[in-house]
Write a new protein. Structure first.
Lengths: 351, 593
C-alpha cells in the first residue's frame, strides 16, 4: 500500500489528446493493491487507452463487483461515474445502468472469482443480453482479496503458494464468452501493454458485449514457481494469434503490413480496427473454429492471446428491445411513465 | 547502450545537479535537509567544509547551482539554494566544537600566501590543520580581498565578513597586512617551501575615447572607486552619475552611488539587456531601487567644456545575427547625449601581476596570464601555485574556494615530495539505502509543489538612506523551512538491481514524471526517442540496466526524476531502492588528525 499521493508534477512533453487532456487527467487516487499486482498494470492500460480515445472521463461509467480486481476502478478515471456492487453482481448493475443511459461508455472490471465463481450466472446472462460494454476480467487464478484460495480459472495441477495442487479443471471465460454470443472476445496479459491497450480501445468502441480476459498475476498469492498464472509462466506460454490495432481518424498509418495478413474493420466513430493474423490457421470471425483453436491450445498448455473473436455489425440489447434513440434517463416523467390509462391499454392488448 | 556504471563517482554526482554545478561541489541537498530539521549548525559546517564562507556566500554567491537545479526543469524556479545557506549561517549555534584542531607542533613547512582574498584564506584553512606555518601578505589593512574592498556593505555586512575571515586568521595565520608585494623574486628568496598566488584580478579596464584625458578627474574606475568607498575614503558622490558597463561591478557602482547622494544615476550598457554579465537578481535589485538601465548604447565620446565633463555621446545599435554570430549593427538613429557630472567605468577587470619578474621560471601566455596546470594549479615554477581570480581571470568567491581546495592538496603533495598532478587522491561514491520500513524512508520523500519563496527586503527608503543597511533580510526559520521542503533530495538515488526485477511495470505506471521504460536495447540516440516520455535533454544521462529476462533493458531518464521514491515503494521485489549517494570530493581535511 502506498501512502504518499502521486505528485501532480508531470512531464512537460506529455502528449495531450484531441480534447486537450493528458494521460494524467485520466488517473485517479494511487492504488492500494499490493506493489507489483498485475491489476495495477491493467488500470494503467485503461488510463492510457481512454486517453488515446479522447473521450472525456465523465462520459465513462465504471462498474465492478468485489475483489482486488473490482477495487481497481477507484484507481483510474477519477472523474468518471462508478458503481462498486456486490460480489458477482456487477452484470446486473451494468445491465440496469446501460438500459437507463445508453450514452455512457461502460467499463466493467471483475475478477476470476467474481465472474467465474459466484458471478458465473450473471456473467453468462449479461453476454446473452448483449449489453454494450467493455467487460474486463483481471484473471489471476486466485481469490486475491480473501488471501489466495484457488479460483475457478485456476488450472488443474497448478499449485498454491504452499505447493498444494489444484484438483479441478478450469473454467475458461474466453471459451464461455465465445460460446454465449459475445461479439468481441480477447485475451491479453497485464505485462504486455502494447497488446492490451489497443484491445481496450477497440473494446470500448465496439458496439455490443466486448470481453477481455486479462491474465494478471497476483504477486502475493499466485506468482510462484508452480503457478500457471505467474509472470514467468505466462511470458513463456503465450501465443499471440491476432494483433489488433485501432487507427483513429487523426492517426497516421505508420506500419504497412503484408497484404493478405491484415483486415480492416470500420468502427462506429469513424476509426478503423486493423487486425493482423499472426497464425495462418486462425479465423477470428468464425465462432466455431475460434473456439476449437482456443480450446485445443489450452489442452496443450498454451495461452492464446489477441483479439480472438469479432462479430462485425453486432446488435446490442437496445437494438433487440427496440428502445428509443433518446436514453431513458433523458426522458421526462410523462414519457417515461405514461400512466395507468396507458398501462391498462397495454394489459388489455395482451388479454 | 552499455549498462550504467553507478559506482563511477561522476554518475550519481551528475544527478545531484546543484552539487555538480557548484565549483566546490557543496553537498546541497544534505545541508538543505539539515535546515529543515533545524540542525543549522551542522548545515553550516557542511557548507564551511566545502565552500569555506557560508555566511558570505549565502548573501553573495553567483549561485551556479540554481540555474542547474532540477526544479527549474520540473517547474521553472529553482530551490533558493544560496539563501538557504544564509539561513544556516544566520541561525547556527556554537561551531567551535566542530572546527578542525590545529596542532601546536608545526610540521616544519612554511607556506607564503600572496594576497589575503578568499582564495588565500581557504588555502590557509585547509593547510593549517596539517601543521603548516602560514604567512599571508596583503596590501590592504585586513583580510578578505575583494569581499572586503569591493562588495558593498548593503549586500554583505562587515560583521558577517569579519566573522568568517577572522575564523580562519585565528586558526593561526601570520598576517602581514598593509604590505605591498613588489617583487616575486624577493619573495622566492625568502625560501618558503611553496607559494600560493592569490592576488586576484585587480586592474579595472579603461576606455580610450575622445575626451578621456581632458575629463579624467571626473572619471573613476569602478573597482577603485568601490574600494575607496569600502575603506571610507569616499563617502559621497554628487551630481548626475553615469555608470558604464553591464556586469555586477556596474550594479554595485550604481546602487552605491544611489546611496551616497547622487542626483541621478543611469547605467548605460553597450549590449542588450539579456546578455548583460550581471546576474538577473542584481539587475532586478538595481531597477527596484529606481535606477534606469539603458541598453544597446555604445559610448562614442566624452563631451567637456573648460575642463568640465558635460556628458557622454552614445551611439545606437541593435543586436542581429550575422552568419550565426551576434553582432551589434548601427540602427541609423541619431546619437544620444546624456548629461553627466561623474562617470564610473565598470567594463571589466584583468589579472595583472607586474610584480612577478618574467625571468623567474613563472611563464605567462600571450594574454599575460600565468600558465598553470588545470588540475594541480601549479605554475611552470614548481613551488608556485595560483588560485582565485589570479589563475584564470575574474570569477567569483565560490571558484576561489574551489581552486583553494585543489591548490592546498597540491601544496601538501608537493611538500611531501609527491607529484601534485599524478598523486592526487581519487573521487569516490558511497550508496546508503534510505529504507526504514515498508513505506518509510529516512528522508522526506513527499513532493512539495509550492512555489519559490521570496526573501523579504528592508524598507527601501531606509536602505537607500544608509549604505550599511543590508537590503535582504534573509529567510526566517519558518520561511527557511518552507523553502527547504522544496528540495527534491536529488542525492537520494534510484538504484536498480536487475536480478530482482520481475518486469511487472509497477514502477513505470506509478512514476509521475514518466522516467522509466522497459524496452529493447538500442544506441542512446534511438533509445531517447522511444521512452515513455521522450528524453530530449541530452545533458542528462540515461540509466540503463543489463539485459532482463524478456530481453529488454530498463532505461531511466534521470532528467526530471523527482526522487519521490514511488518507484521503490511500488516495486514488489525491491529491485528499486532509494539510496543516498555520498560523493567524496578529495579535500585536505581528510588527511588531518
Ligand atoms: C564590485 C565587485 C563585486 C563583486 N561581487 C561579488 C559577489 O557578489 N559574489 C562573488 O562571488 N564574487 C563577487 N566579486 C568577485 C570576487 O570578489 C572575486 O572573484 C574574489 O574576491 C576573488 O578572490 P581572490 O582571493 O582570487 O582575490 P581577491 O579577492 O581579489 O584578493 C586579492 C588580494 O590580493 C591583494 N593584492 C593584489 N596584489 C597585491 C600586491 N601586489 N601586494 C599586496 N597585495 C596584493 C589585494 O589587495 C586583495 O586583497 C565581485 C567583484 C567585484 C569587483
Ligand atoms: C457474497 C460474497 N461472498 C464472498 C465474499 C468474499 N470474497 C471477497 S473477494 C472474493 C474473491 C475475489 O476473487 P476475484 O474476483 O478473483 O478477485 P481478486 O481479488 O483475485 O482480484 C471473495 C470470495 C464476498 N465479499 N461476498
Ligand atoms: S492480493 Fe494479489 S490480487 Fe490482491 S492486490 Fe495483492 S497481488 Fe493483487
Ligand atoms: S532540488 Fe535540491 S538537490 Fe535537487 S538540484 Fe535543486 S537544490 Fe539540488
Ligand atoms: S523517484 Fe522513481 S517514481 Fe519518483 S520520479 Fe524518480 S523515477 Fe519516478
Ligand atoms: Mg482473482
Amino acid at each position: 500500500m502506498t501512502f504518499v499521493p502521486k505528485p501532480s508534477a508531470r512531464h512537460p512533453l506529455l502528449k495531450t489528446n484531441e480534447i486537450g487532456l493528458t494521460r494524467r487527467d485520466y488517473e485517479a487516487i494511487v492504488s492500494t493493491l499490493c506493489a507489483g499486482c498485475g491489476h495495477d498494470s491493467v488500470s494503467a492500460a485503461v488510463i492510457q487507452a481512454c486517453h488515446e480515445l479522447s473521450i472525456p472521463p465523465h462520459q465513462f461509467a465504471k462498474v465492478s463487483g468485489i475483489g482486488c480486481s473490482s477495487k481497481t476502478p477507484s484507481y483510474f478515471l477519477g472523474n468518471a461515474h462508478g458503481f462498486n456492487s456486490v460480489h458477482g453482481r456487477m452484470p446486473s448493475i451494468a445491465t440496469g445502468a446501460y438500459i437507463a443511459n445508453k450514452d455512457l461508455k461502460y467499463i466493467g472490471i471483475s475478477g476470476d472469482g467474481d465472474s467465474a465463481s459466484i458471478g458465473l450466472g450473471q456473467f453468462a446472462h449479461i453476454i446473452r443480453r448483449r449489453v454494450n460494454m467493455c467487460y474486463i476480467v483481471d484473471n489471476n487464478g486466485t481469490y486475491g482479496l480473501t488471501k489466495g484460495q484457488f479460483s475457478a480459472t485456476n488450472d488443474r495441477g497448478s499449485t498454491s503458494k504452499r505447493g498444494v495442487p489444484n484438483l479441478y479443471a478450469p473454467i475458461d471465460l474466453v471459451s464461455l464468452a465465445i460460446q454465449l454470443g459475445a461479439s468481441f472476445v480477447a485475451r491479453s496479459f497485464s505485462g504486455d501493454k502494447q497488446q492490451l491497450i489497443p484491445l481496450i480501445k477497440a473494446a470500448v468502441l465496439h458496439k455490443g458485449f466486448a470481453f477481455i480476459d486479462v491474465i494478471s498475476p497476483c504477486v502475493m498469492f499466485n506468482n510462484h514457481d508452480g503457478s500457471t498464472k505467474s509472470y514467468t509462466h505466462v511470458r513463456n506460454h503465450t501465443e499471440p494469434v491476432v494483433d489488433a490495432n485501432l487507427i483513429m481518424p487523426r492517426d497516421e498509418i505508420t506500419v504497412e503490413y503484408e497484404e493478405g495478413t491484415t483486415t480492416s474493420v470500420p468502427m462506429h466513430d469513424g476509426s478503423k480496427l486493423q487486425l493482423r493474423k499472426l497464425s495462418d490457421s486462425y479465423e477470428p470471425n468464425n465462432r466455431v473454429s475460434a473456439l476449437t483453436y482456443v480450446q485445443k491450445a489450452q489442452e496443450e498448455g498454451e495461452i492464446v492471446t489477441g483479439l480472438l473473436f469479432l462479430e462485425e455489425d453486432a446488435v446490442d440489447c437496445h437494438d433487440i428491445l427496440g428502445t428509443l434513440d433518446t436514453p431513458f434517463n433523458e426522458l421526462d416523467e410523462e414519457n417515461l411513465c405514461p400512466g395507468t390509462e396507458r398501462l391498462e391499454q397495454i394489459n388489455d392488448s395482451l388479454r | 547502450m552499455q549498462p550504467t556504471d553507478i559506482h563511477n563517482p561522476n554518475y550519481f554526482h551528475k544527478v545531484v545537479d546543484c552539487q555538480w554545478a557548484c565549483p566546490a561541489h557543496t553537498p546541497v541537498p544534505e545541508y538543505i535537509r539539515l535546515i529543515a530539521q533545524e540542525r543549522y549548525t551542522e548545515a553550516y559546517m557542511i557548507n564551511w567544509e566545502s565552500n569555506v564562507f557560508p555566511g558570505i556566500l549565502g548573501r553573495t554567491c553567483d549561485r551556479p547551482c540554481e540555474p542547474a537545479c532540477r526544479r527549474v526543469r520540473t517547474e521553472e524556479k529553482p530551490v533558493a539554494i544560496c539563501r538557504l545557506k544564509r539561513v544556516a549561517a544566520d541561525h547556527k549555534g556554537d561551531i567551535a566544537p566542530y572546527l578542525p584542531k590545529v596542532p601546536k607542533k608545526k610540521n616544519g613547512k612554511r607556506i607564503a600566501l600572496l594576497g589575503a582574498g578568499p582564495a588565500s584564506l581557504a588555502v590557509a584553512r585547509d593547510l593549517l590543520p596539517l601543521g603548516y606555518t602560514i604567512d599571508m601578505f596583503d596590501r590592504d589593512p585586513g583580510g578578505g580581498g575583494m569581499m572586503r574592498s569591493q562588495i558593498p556593505a548593503f549586500r554583505l555586512p562587515k560583521d558577517v565578513l569579519e566573522e568568517e575571515v577572522d575564523l580562519i586568521v585565528n586558526m593561526g595565520v601570520n598576517t602581514h597586512y598593509n604590505y605591498e608585494i613588489s617583487s616575486m623574486k624577493e619573495m622566492l628568496d625568502r625560501g618558503y617551501d611553496a607559494y600560493f598566488v592569490g592576488t586576484g584580478a585587480p586592474r579595472g579596464r579603461d576606455l580610450d575615447l575622445p575626451g578621456r584625458v581632458e575629463v579624467s578627474k571626473h572619471i573613476s574606475i569602478g573597482i577603485d572607486w568601490l574600494s575607496s568607498v569600502a575603506f571610507g575614503h569616499t563617502t559621497s558622490i554628487s551630481g548626475k552619475v553615469i555608470v558604464m558597463g553591464g556586469g555586477n561591478t556596474a550594479m554595485d557602482c550604481c546602487r552605491t552611488s544611489n546611496r551616497l547622494g547622487a542626483e541621478s544615476v543611469t547605467v548605460v550598457v553597450r549590449s542588450g539587456f539579456d546578455v548583460m554579465k550581471a546576474s538577473d537578481w542584481e539587475k532586478e535589485d538595481a531597477m527596484a531601487e529606481g535606477i534606469p538601465i539603458l541598453n544597446n548604447r555604445p559610448p562614442k565620446e566624452f563631451v567637456h567644456e573648460n575642463g568640465r565633463l558635460k556628458g557622454v555621446v552614445f551611439g545606437r545599435v541593435k543586436p542581429e545575427e550575422v552568419d550565426g554570430r551576434l553582432k551589434y549593427l548601427p540602427t541609423g538613429e541619431p546619437d544620444v547625449f546624456i548629461e553627466a557630472d561623474h562617470i564610473l567605468m565598470a567594463i571589466g577587470q584583468e589579472n595583472h601581476c607586474p610584480w612577478i619578474e618574467r625571468d623567474l621560471g613563472i611563464e605567462f601566455d600571450k594574454w599575460d596570464c600565468p600558465i598553470i596546470d588545470e588540475d594541480s594549479l601549479q605554475s611552470t615554477h614548481e613551488k608556485v601555485f595560483f588560485g582565485g581570480d589570479s589563475a584564470f581571470g575574474p570569477e567569483n568567491i565560490i571558484w576561489a574556494s574551489a581552486h583553494a581546495h585543489k591548490a592546498a592538496i597540491s601544496i601538501h603533495l608537493f611538500c611531501q615530495g609527491k607529484d601534485p598532478k599524478q598523486d592526487r587522491p581519487p573521487e569516490g561514491v558511497n550508496l546508503i539505502s534510505q529504507k526504514m520500513g515498508l513505506h518509510e524512508w529516512s528522508y522526506d520523500a513527499e513532493h512539495d509543489p509550492s512555489q519559490r519563496h521570496i526573501v523579504p527586503h528592508a524598507d527601501l527608503k531606509r536602505s537607500l538612506d544608509n549604505i550599511k543597511v543590508e537590503v535582504e533580510l534573509g529567510f526566517d526559520e519558518d520561511l527557511g523551512f518552507k523553502e527547504a521542503q522544496r528540495c527534491l533530495n536529488c542525492d537520494v538515488q534510484t538504484v536498480f538491481t536487475e536480478k530482482l526485477c520481475i518486469e511487472c511495470d509497477a514502477c513505470v505506471d506509478i512514476c509521475p514524471l514518466d522516467c522509466i521504460t522497459f524496452t529493447p536495447n538500442a544506441p542512446e540516440n534511438d533509445l531517447r526517442k522511444v521512452l515513455t516520455a521522450p528524453a530530449e535533454n541530452s545533458e542528462q544521462d540515461l540509466y540503463v540496466s543489463d539485459i532482463l529476462p524478456t530481453n529488454r533493458v530498463m532505461v531511466k531518464d534521470e532528467d526530471l526524476c523527482l526522487h519521490c521514491g514511488l518507484c521503490a515503494e511500488r516495486c514488489p521485489t525491491n529491485a528499486w531502492d532509494m539510496q543516498k549517494s555520498i560523493i567524496h570530493i578529495p579535500q585536505l581535511s581528510s588527511y588531518a588528525e
